[in-house]
Design a binder for this molecule. Structure first.
Ligand code: PLP
Length: 379
């Protein structure tokens, strides 16, 4: 279907033209960066430059940034190997109940291997307080994993303050942050969080799927998740995905060059929320989102998966929660203790700096029509 009205940019983003071009060029120059002849050396040089680009946007040294296949891989690597690195300390992990499945399922797997995991509960706004984390730390805590931007509410968690609080109690605890929804979506470079390990993903910022990166702070010793030919400084084996990496770097450059992107995303989100509230008196805002690109609303009494389907039939794309939930009620909204009708009717809307007001108007119109027609069938 062409001409989609797309408000699901937290699920994935369109590939930027600059990324398409960089990818096509890299596909044409197909050398393996490990090969010793000129084509290989050229490919290695390009990966080096691409790493410098992404590292600069992150705020770290290129030697601290390791390309991965996705955010999920970065989260798995950081949590599994981070917990293992500190196993002499203990087998306790602290995370939050509102993490992405990439973190939660990894923690559950570690529970099956004998780890104990504390899941911090958010308040009704989806926020976690520094004091909650401080109170959960134990002498045997090996690792903390806390996301920066929640993918369903847009809430920004106080990661930098939490890092400081953890360091004050016990500097040997490793701190991992899933910043997949935060990279290039928050004003400060992510290195300033002070975390030891930070996972990011390309397809949330205009690169194709299949590439991400893990920041490993200098001095932090993390063993590889993937062993083999010793690429990425011996820490992440597997022939480098040169074309995806080139596209990732090009998308990062395009984002960085667009200085007004955060303000524009925030402005179109605010515009949409105002229009929605005016058009649909039953609509409640679950979270206006601290991050510029995500908010969550609900139509109590409706079923979000039905609304998403009806909107989808009209070419309007929104999400009933994280794209990874596949129709199951959102664990994030459930952890926020929303009343059942709010939970059932919850929708996530997510924006691009380039989302147009006409698209927002079309979304509002389609949602109003959907709600009206479903209300008739319900009553
Ligand atoms: N973490 C968060 C907060 C996400 O929103 C996502 C994807 O939606 C991921 C991790 C997983 O990233 P990827 O799709 O690159 O594996």
């Amino acid at each position: 279907m062409d001409n989609l009205i797309y408000f699901d940019y937290a699920a994935t983003t369109p590939v930027k033209p600059e990324a398409v071009q960089a990818m096509a060029e890299a596909l044409g120059r197909f050398g393996n960066p490990s090969s010793r002849y000129a084509w290989g050396r050229e490919a290695a040089q390009r990966v080096k430059e691409d790493r410098e680009t992404v590292a600069k946007a992150f705020g770290c040294s290129p030697s601290e940034l390791f390309f991965t296949s996705c955010g999920t891989e970065g989260d798995n690597w950081a949590i599994r190997r981070g917990a293992e690195a500190n196993r002499r300390k203990g087998k306790h992990i602290v995370t939050t109940a509102i993490e992405h499945a990439a973190v939660l399922e990894t923690c559950r797997d570690l529970e099956r291997q004998g780890y104990e995991v504390t899941y911090l509960k958010p308040d009704r706004a989806g926020r976690i307080a520094v004091e909650q984390l401080a109170a959960a730390l134990r002498p045997d805590t090996a690792l903390v994993s806390m996301m920066l931007v929640n993918n369903e509410t847009g809430a920004i968690l106080p990661v930098a303050d939490c890092v400081k609080a953890v360091r004050a109690v016990d500097p040997s605890v490793l701190f991992h942050c899933d910043a997949v929804q935060g990279f290039l979506k928050t004003p400060e470079p992510l290195v300033k969080l002070g975390a030891d390990l930070v996972a990011i993903s390309g397809h949330k910022v205009g690169s194709p799927k299949g590439v991400g990166a893990l920041y490993i702070k200098k001095g932090v010793r993390l063993s590889p998740l993937l062993t083999g030919g010793g690429q990425e400084g011996g820490l992440r084996s597997g022939t480098e995905a040169t074309a995806q990496i080139a596209a990732f770097a090009a998308a990062v450059r395009a984002n960085v060059a667009d200085a007004g992107r955060l303000e524009r995303a925030a402005a179109i989100k605010e515009y949409t929320l105002e229009k929605l509230k005016a058009a649909l008196p039953r609509l409640e805002v679950i979270s206006a989102g601290d991050a510029p690109h995500i908010c969550a609303v609900t139509l109590p009494g409706y079923k979000s998966e039905v609304i998403v389907r009806v909107l989808g039939d009209r070419g309007v794309c929104v999400s009933s929660g994280s794209a990874c939930h596949k129709g199951k009620p959102s664990h994030v909204f459930a952890a926020m203790n929303l009343p059942r009708p709010w939970l059932d009717g919850a929708l996530r809307l997510s924006f691009s700096p380039d989302s147009a007001r006409e698209e927002a108007d079309a979304l509002v119109c389609a949602l109003k029509d959907a709600a009206d027609s479903l209300f008739t069938t319900m009553s």
